[in-house]
Design a protein around this ligand. Structure first.
Ligand code: PDD
Length: 292
């Protein structure tokens, strides 16, 4: 696999980052995971806007080509997808930008320190087998900081929560803060109660997921009732449906929560409908017009 690092395209085995990189030392950086299908990025504009907000919040100057309106993501992703034989089918593009390499001080390095820019692509095997039967999830305390809206590479609470899920044989860990469901370790959470779709509002308590945003639009277009309101954990146990969204899992129905069945214990109709709608959007936006 070939990757991109600071202006160079090189074999992954040859790509190395300095031990003084602030991403390595402090988790001082942001990342994005964008979906590609048939060599085209899905909703690249939304990912770039979230990246811009993150860089701005962290006070990292956008690297060349990553300024608003810059074409670097599309250009680099296109070359990597081609070089890595990923022009057909589903793939992910990982992008990470850190505050760069500098002597270790907690405060920012001197102005002009170039950020580190890394991109890689890989094939995505969508978890359709799990989707068919519905995922198992556990709940866990949300131990994260107050800026969960920033997609930083500082993911330790998410890593620990996900490992808890894996150890329990579950697909995802759902965070609960002060009795309120926030989101999953790497997904947003939706709950169907009395026919209405509830999800945590896009505050600093959750990552404003791109898939979440699209699913909310698709639901509204279909006349489904949507409430951006946090759900207490106890109401979750009485929900008819629960589902997760993310770039890699799409819409994932949940069948079991903390050992008990959710609703019928099978994937529910709202999740199925929204997954089909999302796939349709993905296919529409990433299908090349036939050559004439
Ligand atoms: N995770 N919430 C968290 C905490 C996440 O890490 C993610 C994404 C999401 C969903 O966001 P989106 O729909 O934009 O993918 C919600 C990515 C995919 C990851 O860490 O690999």
């Amino acid at each position: 696999m070939r990757v991109y690092l600071n202006g160079e395209y090189l074999e992954q085995a040859r790509a190395a980052v300095s031990v003084d990189d602030r991403g390595f030392l402090f988790g001082d950086g942001v990342y994005e995971v964008t979906r590609a299908r048939n060599g085209r990025l899905f909703e690249a504009g939304r990912h770039l806007r979230r990246l811009e907000r993150g860089l701005e919040a962290l006070g990292i100057a956008p690297p060349p080509g990553f300024e608003p309106g810059g074409g670097a993501l599309l250009e680099i992703a296109d070359r990597l997808l081609r070089d890595n034989g990923l022009m057909n089918g589903d793939a992910l593009v990982y992008l990470e930008i850190t505050r760069g390499v500098a002597e270790r001080t907690h405060h920012f390095p001197p102005a002009g320190t170039p950020p580190t820019v890394f991109l890689r692509t890989n094939r995505l095997a969508a978890p359709d087998d799990v989707r068919e039967r519905g995922a198992t999830v556990i709940t866990t305390p949300d131990l994260r900081w107050e800026r969960c809206d920033l997609k930083t590479v500082q993911l330790l609470p998410n890593v620990l929560a996900k490992q808890q899920a894996v150890t329990a044989g579950a697909f995802e860990a759902v965070f609960v803060r002060a009795g309120i469901v926030t989101e999953g370790a790497s997904t947003n959470v939706f709950v169907v109660i009395d026919g209405a779709i509830h999800t945590h509002p896009a505050t600093q308590r959750i990552l404003p997921g791109i898939t979440r945003e699209i699913v909310l639009e698709l639901a509204a277009e279909r006349g489904l009732r949507v409430v951006e309101q946090a759900v207490p954990l106890e109401e979750l146990r009485g929900a008819s449906e629960l589902f997760l969204t993310s770039t890699s899992t799409e819409v994932m129905p949940v069948a079991r929560l903390d050992g008990g069945a959710v609703g019928s214990g099978r994937p529910g109709p709202v999740a199925r409908q929204l997954h089909a709608a999302l796939r349709e959007r993905l296919e529409r936006d990433t299908t090349r017009a036939p050559a004439v």
